[in-house]
Design a protein around this ligand. Structure first.
Ligand code: C2E
Ligand code: MG
Ligand code: MG
Ligand code: MG
Length: 277
């Protein structure tokens, strides 16, 4: 018995694993102060139409850590979810995006741009999520149609009735919804039909090998056809090559995002990518 426990304990002291645990713990404690020290930044990645005209941007958070440098959201968003810190972080993202929309509203060249904001499961499932979004919009006096919320399939399966009610409430005031990473989850069509969505966002895993993988091409074509038949638009993410863009267009795609058009960049650089007149 003792021997058995000993062996299990040994595994825990694997130095590689221990290092990982330490980094995680450190990042977790540093996340607490990152907001007040203003270490978060938003980057903006352009979204375009078939003629490469800008439609808006997806807002992507960045953590500029004083020692670690740039920490990927893939690394800290899950930790922020676990600790609940995603709530103040998510509010900050929403507020900052609304402030940006307000600045563009006064500029006729920019006043049609839509900002897409990622929403985490914990954030969405908060009892007062609808009120939080409304407050952010009122604080900056912006048009709700300039804001799009990106949700993922998995977060919508939890508490379906409440999810639909919340989405309807926000949709009625004019906020649009995009279903992020579409195709990687398990939504039935029956279920999708009930959600007040405006857009399906085709996951980049289907776009990557589009030129060589016939089944990816079939999947993408099917997603786009399905989106259009439900009167949703379809946007492809992770578009890196002209060939991918051409193939997507031949599948009926109308909205695009990816390095081919622009990387996520700070606001000044983003604005420099826009037509200047
Ligand atoms: P996502 O929402 O699916 O965002 C798309 C990710 O793909 C971004 O990674 C973006 O930089 C990357 N990407 C865009 N174009 C290309 C391309 O052409 N090729 C490749 N290989 N990648 C591309 P990023 O910025 O590292 O964000 C990762 C994830 O972190 C996001 O996935 C989203 O789930 C989450 N995230 C980012 N910002 C926020 C936020 O403000 N709030 C929440 N809750 N989650 C966020
Ligand atoms: Mg997204
Ligand atoms: Mg995505
Ligand atoms: Mg993704």
């Amino acid at each position: 018995q003792a021997k058995k426990a000993g062996r299990n304990t040994m595994r825990f002291f694997d130095p590689e694993m221990q290092r990982e645990i330490n980094t995680r713990a450190a990042i977790e404690s540093e996340l607490h102060t990152a907001l007040e020290k203003q270490q978060f930044q938003l980057h903006y990645q352009i979204q375009v139409d078939n003629y490469s005209r800008p439609l808006g941007a997806e807002v992507l958070i960045r953590w500029m850590h004083p020692e670690r440098g740039l920490v990927s959201p893939l690394q800290f968003i899950p930790l922020a979810e676990e600790t609940g810190l995603i709530l103040p972080i998510g509010q900050w993202v929403l507020d900052t995006a609304c402030a940006q929309i307000k600045r563009w509203e006064q500029d006729t060249r920019r006043s049609n741009l839509v900002l897409a904001v990622n929403v985490s499961a914990k954030q969405f499932h908060q009892a007062d999520f609808v009120a939080q979004v409304q407050e952010a919009m009122q604080r900056h006096a912006i048009k709700p149609t300039r804001l799009k919320l990106e949700l993922t399939e998995s977060m919508l399966h939890e508490n379906i009735e409440e999810t639909i009610a919340k989405m309807n409430e926000l949709n009625e005031i004019g906020i649009h919804f995009s279903l992020d990473d579409f195709g990687t989850g398990y939504s039935s069509l029956q279920y999708l039909k009930k959600l007040p969505l405006d857009q399906l966002k085709i996951d980049q895993s289907f776009v990557r090998d589009l030129a060589t993988d016939q089944s990816d091409k079939a999947i993408v074509g099917t997603i786009i056809a399905m989106a259009h038949s439900m009167e949703l638009d379809a946007i492809a993410e992770g578009v890196e090559t002209e060939e991918q863009r051409q193939l997507l267009m031949s599948c009926g795609c109308t909205h695009y995002q990816g390095y081919l058009f622009g990387r996520p960049v700070p606001i000044e650089q983003f604005e420099a990518q826009l037509p200047q007149s």
